[in-house]
Design a binder for this molecule. Structure first.
Ligand code: 9G3
Length: 573
């Protein structure tokens, strides 16, 4: 491929709207262009890289016997009302009407549609296990699209769904998928971790996320030396329970004028934040729940939603709080509280002589004790884990890192098959719901994650497996017939060997051409320069290491194709 016949618009300036390295570089290296918030064009280079990721994914899915299909983007509302998810997803689910006013979702994922396929065409245990996958555009109307294609509203996803007679069979496919994902991300040149995660509104209990290490990643992971690793949504730690054993002292009402924060109140009362009991009132699907947690810690709302089996939770408004408790926001407490279920984090169990709000303006209570002064209806682990908390498995201290989630595997169980009546007949002729799994990979996101991990101050440094081109041939002066001919011969020779080459045949200053070559970052660069040409040599440079070697120009095609093969071999797991 020749640059002058290609479409590769590079940018010298860093676009101001880009917030991460990958987003900046994808714009600057001409991979993507923004169409609208969270909506991007893939330009030729971006499309080539995305196709390489797709093909790796395809090969590994086919290798484990998963079958490729294509479901429509338009997903009829009836299927979503059947599963109950039409109302769960609110504005994130993009909806359209056809000419007959029939409602559709623009598919954000395809559990409903694939379950519908299976319930119509699979009747017997003999036809399963079966795993179907597709690679397709998905739509999710994110509240805050950002980081370019990492959190976009329209994006490419590989989604797979498996159907089984029982949990044992599901476990086998889950394991195979887990291994296929490991191979896929290794082949893409990524450094990643696999972490326990929250299954969210989708249901099911076992789920793992594949996280690419990246400082700018949206996900926070807590990890321990012992191998435990979980996302901040789901991380658990050993309960940190200061069992003071102090005798209960008499409750006192104290005046705390205008003191709303934990720090203000505890400083004023000469107490520690961990002596205070925070009371946060939530509106949970229409009823009130008072959630209690130690003053120095935060509630993990994802855990809260899960333990309450809630669809929607919101913090109560100041007006709602006033109506329920009789006091203003910032002065709530469990003593004498009526009209709300009381739920507490497990750390609260060991607290004695606590400071709480008095449900009265500018007033707190001290020496409040559970059992004597108030009751807790239910205890749960609601703690937002922080770095330094003890690991729940081994007690060592948890550390934290950030990552970009590129893949997720779920054991769904019978959640969709039961509600959508997708059943098969077992050997005894008994009707049973399918046991299901589902498995996703963000294709465009994987490209961005790879760039996030493989770049330097000059630009991208692609892993060869997903590089848009493998070799960049750069004649420093195309008006010099000698250089032009040599560069073309190398381009043609490599192309003939099936190597993907871009020849920068522009009549441009060498400095600009070198800058662009570093920016677009193909793994190998062959410079055909005047001095080297006179000596009969060309220069091979490895983008990643900056390492250069002189090669006699007549050996160039052979040597370079060997280096390409070696580089590719490094990424085979
Ligand atoms: C929706 C909307 C957003 C969503 C979902 C549904 C996330 C939704 C979870 C999944 C789970 C798996 C198949 C591939 C692997 C992941 N965001 N999820 O279900 F309607 Cl608007 O997508 N799906």
């Amino acid at each position: 491929m020749r640059w002058t016949e290609y479409f590769l618009p590079t940018l010298k300036e860093t676009p101001s709207e880009a917030d991460t390295q990958s987003h900046k570089l994808m714009l600057r290296a001409g991979l993507i262009r923004k169409v609208s918030s969270g909506v991007y064009n893939l330009l030729p280079l971006g499309k080539r890289s995305a196709m390489k990721v797709e093909n790796i994914v395809r090969e590994e899915m086919n290798r484990i016997g998963s079958l490729e299909i294509l479901m429509p983007i338009l997903s009829p509302a009836e299927l979503w009302t059947e599963s109950g998810r039409w109302d769960v997803y609110g504005k994130e689910l993009m909806r359209v009407k056809d000419r007959h006013d029939r409602l559709f979702a623009l598919g954000p994922t395809h559990e409903e549609v694939v379950t519908d396929i299976i319930r119509h065409d699979v009747r017997s245990y003999r036809q399963i296990p079966l795993t179907l996958y597709q690679i397709q555009t998905k739509f999710r109307d994110e509240v805050r699209p950002r980081f370019g294609v990492v959190r976009a509203r329209e994006f490419m996803m590989k989604d797979a769904y498996s159907f089984h007679r029982d949990e044992t069979c599901l476990a086998k496919t889950y394991e195979k998928m887990y291994e296929a994902y490991t191979r896929i991300f290794k082949r893409c040149g990524l450094t990643f971790g696999v972490v326990e995660a929250d299954s969210g509104a989708i249901g099911g209990d076992v789920t793992h996320e594949f996280m690419v290490f990246a400082e700018t990643g949206e996900s926070q992971v807590f990890a321990c030396e012992c191998g435990y690793a979980a996302t901040s949504d789901s991380a658990e730690c050993e309960v940190v329970c200061p069992e003071t054993g102090d005798d209960a002292k008499p409750v006192e009402k104290v005046n705390t004028p205008d003191m709303k924060t934990v720090e203000e109140v505890t400083e004023f009362l000469k107490k520690k934040p961990s002596d205070l009991l925070k009371t946060i009132i939530y509106n949970v699907d229409g009823s009130y729940v008072a959630v209690l947690i130690r003053g120095d810690r935060e509630i993990n709302e994802i855990k809260l939603v899960k333990v309450l089996g809630a669809v929607n939770i919101d913090m109560a408004s100041p007006a709602e709080i006033e109506k329920l408790t009789g006091g203003p926001l910032g002065f709530s407490g469990p003593v004498g509280l009526k009209g709300a279920k009381v739920v507490a984090d497990t750390t609260v169990a060991g607290m004695t002589n606590m400071v709480t709000g008095a449900n009265e303006a500018d007033t707190h209570l001290v020496n409040v004790n559970r059992g004597r002064d108030f009751e807790v209806d239910e205890f749960y682990d609601l703690l937002e884990v922080v770095a330094g908390d003890p690991c729940k498995r081994c007690g060592k201290l948890l550390s934290t890192w950030r990552g970009i989630e590129v893949g997720q595997v779920f054991k769904l169980g019978t959640k969709y098959s039961e509600i959508m009546k997708a059943t098969f007949l077992d050997e005894k002729g008994e009707e049973k719901p399918f046991v299901m799994g589902c498995y996703g990979i963000g294709i465009t996101r994987t490209v961005a994650a790879a760039i996030e991990q493989h770049n330097d101050k000059d630009g991208i440094a692609w892993p060869i497996s997903i590089a848009p081109f493998e070799v960049h041939v750069l004649p420093t002066n195309v008006t010099e017939p000698d250089l032009k001919t040599t560069a073309e011969a190398i381009h043609d020779g490599l192309t003939e060997k099936g190597i993907e080459v871009l020849l920068d045949d522009r009549d441009e200053r060498p400095g600009n051409k070198f800058k662009d070559a570093d920016l677009v970052g193909f793994p190998l660069r062959v410079t055909v320069g005047e001095r080297a040409a006179k000596e009969g040599n060309v220069e091979l440079r490895i983008r990643k290491t900056g390492e250069t070697t002189k090669i006699p120009k007549d050996d160039a095609v052979r040597v370079i194709s060997e280096v390409v093969a070696e580089e590719k071999k490094k990424l085979v797991p």
